[in-house]
Design a binder for this molecule. Structure first.
Ligand code: PBG
Length: 306
């Protein structure tokens, strides 16, 4: 089985470590700027092709796709738009791109939660069922890596089981294995149309002050069959990466999330710092911390310097 992100960090920032996130939004006719996020846009299905071509020219080959459908669904079961997007991208670019697909329900549930909820409580069975339908659909469409970001209990185990049952036993999972409840997700939620309503995400995302829970969460996801692990937000998880790798021996990356990235943009905009320098420094620290891969909205901006 192909290992896209080997667990042998050299502590040096390299182009091949970078993953560029992007958004495809069914409500759009072409592309739309994402507030505060510099060179990042939400794209329509047809406009994204040019966007990816341009990234490929810069040497970016790995992408994390977020799909934002027009219609919300109380019990999500129709992922045909998602299928179409993934299928078209893989048809167009084949093996030239490694396509990771974020697998969550927050862009599709009417209340913006990562699972299906009733009276402010997540229904785990219904949530797993919907996530399973989504993940299977993405694999059928040609996704290279499934990236569950819902943070519900035992999602990785559930997905492994249904992949087994559906002849996808070689499917790869990048788990958002240590993901904190954070105030740094603001710009993302605008783009993903996924702000939580009614209650916050503290019943399923990790508390930032709890180191043991943070490590355990990654260890559990490794045991349940994740191929790659990840910490998020990157900056507030920097001390965890090496320990997670030591415990699990799995490739482990860092996600520089939207609010972290937007803060670099804001410093620059206000003439309080230089964007390229800020970006370079922040990413070098992830490499120093032994991240095997880095998801950053600045991948396409930094590539030419590496
Ligand atoms: C949702 C999801 C979030 C991000 C990635 N997947 C936001 C959240 O948990 O509310 C955040 C990414 C970012 O801020 O860049 N499942």
């Amino acid at each position: 089985m192909k290992n896209y992100f080997p667990n042998k960090s050299t502590s040096t920032l390299q182009k091949k470590m970078l993953i560029q996130p992007f958004f495809v939004d069914q409500r759009l006719k072409s592309k739309k700027i994402i507030k505060g996020m510099g060179n990042n846009y939400s794209w329509s299905q047809s406009a994204i092709i040019k966007g990816i071509e341009s990234d490929l020219k810069k040497g970016i080959k790995k992408f994390l796709l977020f799909i934002v459908p027009k219609e919300k669904q109380k019990l999500p079961e129709n992922f045909s738009y998602h299928y179409e997007i993934i299928r078209n991208l893989k048809k167009e670019f084949h093996k030239d791109i490694t396509l990771l697909v974020d697998t969550c329900l927050c862009s599709i549930t009417p209340d913006g939660h990562c699972g299906i909820s009733h009276k402010r409580k997540i229904d785990l069975n219904q949530t797993h069922y919907a996530l399973g339908l989504a993940a299977n659909t993405y694999l059928e469409a040609g996704a290279d890596i499934i990236a569950p970001s819902d943070m519900m209990k035992n999602t990785t185990r559930y997905l492994r089981k249904i992949f087994q049952d559906n002849n996808f036993s070689n499917a790869q999972i990048m788990s958002y294995s240590t993901k904190f409840k954070s105030s740094f997700y603001g710009p993302f939620r605008n783009a993903a149309n996924s702000s939580p309503k009614g209650f916050d995400r503290s019943s399923y995302q990790l508390p930032v002050n709890h180191r043991k829970k943070a490590l355990e969460s990654s260890i559990v996801n490794a045991a349940q069959g994740a191929n790659y692990l990840m910490v998020k937000p990157g900056m507030t998880s920097i001390d965890l990466i090496a320990d997670i790798k030591k415990e699990t021996l799995l490739p482990t990356g860092a996600y520089q999330v939207s609010g972290e990235f937007a803060s670099l943009q804001l410093l620059h905009k206000n003439k309080l710092g230089n964007y390229q320098d800020l970006l370079f420094e922040s990413l070098q620290v992830f490499a120093r911390a032994k991240a095997d891969f880095i998801i950053t909205y600045g991948a396409r901006d930094i590539a030419k310097y590496l």
